[in-house]
Design a protein around this ligand. Structure first.
Ligand SMILES: Cc1cc2nc3c(=O)[nH]c(=O)nc-3n(C[C@H](O)[C@H](O)[C@H](O)COP(=O)(O)O)c2cc1C
Ligand code: SF4
Ligand code: SF4
Length: 270
């Protein structure tokens, strides 16, 4: 059985989740099950030859990243997909404590595109939205990772058994409020990068441009410039080795975050 897990990740939580799930879904005894992990941002089209397709992404503003909606359209457009039966599609949203309506929004988006989601899960991880808060202490991060490991074992057991109709949706009220809030915010997301700037500590290393999953950063005269097709993943801010990237006035001096087991070369999707 072939599984492809498509991921989107700014600071590595969703990439680590996708990789761990891939290991658990592979048939390690007979090596007959192939499992691949692939960046959503580099998926020219969806590979629907897989028997199982996973989507792993962070929650942004109580909803899924904009890129996920684009990926759903690629899935729907893939030749023959709608006529296939027996395929299994699951989603995992990593979040910083409030998953909001992300899974329900994805479910509705897929239905609108003629697709059905078989199962959807939430995994709590350290938050990375530095405009509101700095990184958690190492101790608090580790406690979340231990719980996330347990949760991933549960998720892989459900996926391996082919369980359909299992959805970790928030309640009706949370989904409705999230949907309303997300509807207001999402059109503004690509242009929200206007608040990014590099301060005097920038040494022109270019790492920010390399980590941006959607190539939104170009180096101009040795400094990053943002081009208004942002996903708000915060990778540029968190991976800058000089902590030179700020978002408005609140991020200076706040601790940066990335998943401790994900390295710079792993988050760069080129
Ligand atoms: C722009 C933005 C908005 C976010 N909004 C939420 C949110 O509404 N609820 C939540 O629990 N976490 C929120 N987070 C935190 C992320 O969902 C969480 O840290 C996620 O695991 C990050 O995944 P990554 O490391 O793969 O990028 C937000 C993060 C960003 C960058
Ligand atoms: S990663 Fe930081 S130091 Fe390097 S070019 Fe970007 S802003 Fe400058
Ligand atoms: S510009 Fe920064 S926040 Fe926006 S998508 Fe690229 S890395 Fe993410």
């Amino acid at each position: 059985m072939k599984t492809i897990i498509y991921y989107f990740s700014g600071t590595g939580n969703s990439l680590k989740t996708a990789c761990d799930l891939a290991l658990q879904l592979a048939d390690t005894e007979f090596f007959t099950d192939r499992t691949e992990v692939f960046p959503m941002a580099r998926a020219g089209e969806a590979d629907v030859s897989a028997d199982r397709i996973g989507m792993v992404f962070p929650v942004y503003m109580s909803g899924p990243p904009l890129i996920v909606s684009g990926f759903v359209k690629k899935l729907a457009a893939a030749e023959g997909w709608l006529n296939e039966t027996g395929k299994y599609i699951f989603a995992v949203a990593t979040h910083g404590g409030n998953p909001g309506g992300a899974l329900k929004m994805l479910y509705n988006d897929m239905r609108k595109n003629g697709l059905s989601l078989d199962a959807a899960f939430n995994v709590a991880m350290p938050g990375n939205y530095t405009p509101l808060y700095g990184a958690l202490s190492g101790e608090k991060q580790n406690a979340l990772f231990v719980r996330a490991d347990e949760k991933l074992r549960e998720i892989s057991a459900r996926v391996l058994s082919g369980e359909r109709g299992y959805f970790e949706f928030s309640n009706f009220f949370v989904n409705a409020v999230s949907s309303f809030f997300y509807g207001l915010m999402s059109p503004r997301i690509p242009g929200m990068d206007k608040k990014f700037f590099a301060d005097g500590r920038c040494d022109s290393c270019g790492i920010c441009a390399k980590v941006c999953p959607v190539d939104n950063i170009k180096m101009l005269k040795g400094k990053p410039s943002w081009n208004h097709k942002c996903q708000q993943c915060m990778a540029c801010l968190h991976w800058c080795p000089k902590e030179a990237i700020q978002y408005g006035k609140m991020t200076r001096g706040r601790r940066r975050y990335h998943h401790p087991l994900i390295k710079l070369n792993e988050i760069i999707q080129k």
